[in-house]
Design a protein around this ligand. Structure first.
Ligand code: ZN
Length: 248
């Protein structure tokens, strides 16, 4: 029997409390909405966390048990504790936790620190977006057609100031003619990070079955690999002395 995956969905959880339009779409928060569509998977143990919770939602004990962390933030990136950000970065780099950054999380301290980027981009009015599947063979694209349409999503436009993704799984095209790298994989240290662009608080991306499938696939892709050993982090064991090779 395989161990359940511990998933933490961290949400800033501010817009949903102060804007009736957002509250109507996500009454218990975007994080709770995501948890709800993950519930059919009995192998996931999902915990919700929010910025205004004690310890900003993530205690050391919780972080130590987390296999995959989701991050949605927008209006309060600056309030997130730098010490927490560094703990998250270290856990991802050690290969102990995957990270899935959603939508406006591109400007979060967590994304910028873990990926190593400003995360800057251009944005504009909500409009139709076509998501193109650029890597049908990638595990995150499993079950996703060659393209699908979001009737309304916030425009995010290139250039997106990120390092070249290790895999670019989805591309977005907008009716105003802009394009965006909408689904990007990054490998950092021994860990995996997936960035997914759709997910504006005024839009219904998380209601879309293909977005839900992408998120489910991303959990399985980003979860820690079963290394079977501790990732070395210190003085390595010397296998061969170069001088011996030359002397023989
Ligand atoms: Zn947005």
């Amino acid at each position: 029997m395989s161990k359940k995956l511990n998933i933490v969905i961290w949400n800033e959880f501010r817009h949903e409390k102060i804007d009736p339009v957002v509250t109507a779409l996500y009454p218990n928060g975007i994080h709770a909405f995501i948890k709800d569509f993950l519930k059919e998977d009995e192998n996931l143990n999902v915990t919700l966390a929010a910025l205004d919770d004690p310890d900003q939602g993530i205690t050391d004990e919780l972080l130590e048990q987390t296999d995959v962390l989701f991050w949605w933030g927008h209006m309060a990136h600056g309030e997130v504790d730098d010490v927490l950000v560094e703990k998250i970065r270290q856990r991802v780099y050690a290969g102990k936790m995957g990270l899935i950054v959603l939508h406006s999380g591109h400007h979060s301290k967590v994304f910028k620190s873990v990926v190593g980027a400003t995360g800057n981009l251009s944005w504009g009015r909500d409009q139709k977006e076509v998501i193109w599947n650029l890597m049908p063979a990638h595990p995150i694209a499993a079950g996703i057609p060659d393209h699908f349409t979001l009737e309304s999503e916030e425009l995010y436009a290139e250039p997106f100031y990120i390092p070249q993704p290790d895999a670019l799984v989805f591309g977005g095209w907008y009716e105003d003619g802009f394009i965006f790298r909408s689904g990007c994989c990054f490998l950092r240290g021994a860990g995996k990070i997936f960035y997914l662009q759709p997910g504006h608080e005024y839009c219904k991306a998380y209601y879309n079955p293909y977005i839900q499938r992408i998120i489910k696939n991303a959990i399985q892709w980003a979860k820690p690999a079963d290394f079977g050993y501790e990732i070395p982090n210190g003085a390595p064991q010397i296998l061969t002395k170069v001088t011996d090779e030359f002397n023989n």
